[in-house]
Design a protein around this ligand. Structure first.
Ligand SMILES: [Zn+2]
Length: 269
């Protein structure tokens, strides 16, 4: 019984040693593998090392109502946009590093694909003389060895937002975890900025001369209640579609309103 066990162990050991020698033979002689090592050496210094693959953001609510209102994808995204924008330069650096890694990784894979196209399996006849194996087996091993050796720089960071509410006497605790891609938040911030920029621009277009034209066109009367300054109201020029909702400063989007009607309108928007 013991002899059989020892024989089995010896056999397994021999197979293992044989396999190791075979793999190191492939590594030594495969043109593709050695080409990959050269590409790796060239690309390794080009990638940024990013240690934190997760950004943890706590979001504690001061009421259960607030927790319930904000425990949804939209509110979480908005909260995270605000959080990132508070320390924007720091996060912009991270964003740029990730984008850089994505571009370089793409170039890296392209180069590896070219190497694969040119060299995959080409060293078979040479290796077969040193270690007998079928061509299919060889190609399979070579591919796996190379895949394992591929560089994997960080191209994505996740933001984990822990939204929570704890009741005053700590009797109840509500918590939920949301995970959002860092680049998703950055894309959203970019859109926010575009809107803000256009809002600022549209406000700039609202000149005294244009304001005068609109008042004159509307006969110096509020378009809702019809009152004029003779009735003691203050007239304002209002964007029919607000600039914050994409409304433009153009005549057909402007109207004369008295302050009271204008405030009533804003309250409804
Ligand atoms: Zn009015």
């Amino acid at each position: 019984m013991q002899t059989i066990l020892i024989l089995v162990i010896v056999f397994v050991l021999l197979v293992f040693i044989g396999y190791c020698i075979c793999i190191s033979t492939i590594k030594k002689h495969s043109t593709l593998y050695n080409e990959l090592l050269i590409i790796n050496n060239r690309y390794r210094p080009l990638f940024y090392t990013i240690n934190d693959k997760k950004i943890i953001v706590p979001y504690s609510c001061n009421s259960l109502q607030k927790f319930r209102n904000n425990n949804n994808a939209n509110s979480i995204t908005n909260y995270l946009c605000g959080y990132i924008r508070e320390q924007e330069p720091k996060w912009t650096d991270l964003y740029n590093e990730l984008e850089h890694n994505k571009i370089k990784l793409n170039e890296y894979f392209n180069e590896y694909d070219v190497a694969k196209y040119n060299f995959a399996g080409t060293s078979y006849s040479e290796i077969k003389r040193k270690f007998p194996m079928t061509v299919a087996w060889y190609k399979n091993r070579e591919e796996r060895i190379c895949t394992r050796k591929l560089l994997r720089p960080t191209v994505q960071v996740e933001i984990v937002c822990n939204i929570s509410y704890t009741s005053p006497k700590k009797k109840n605790h509500y918590a939920e975890r949301w995970t959002v891609g860092f680049d998703t938040i950055f894309a959203k911030i970019k859109t926010q900025k575009e809107v803000e920029l256009s809002v600022a621009y549209q406000r700039l277009l609202m000149t005294d001369s244009l304001r005068y034209d609109i008042l004159k066109r509307d006969n110096y009367r509020c378009r809702i209640c019809g009152k004029s300054s003779n009735d003691g109201v203050l007239l304002e020029v209002d964007h029919i579609t607000p600039v914050s909702k994409g409304g433009k400063t153009v005549e057909h989007n402007l109207q004369t309103l008295c302050r009271q009607c204008n405030q009533g309108k804003s309250a409804k928007m």
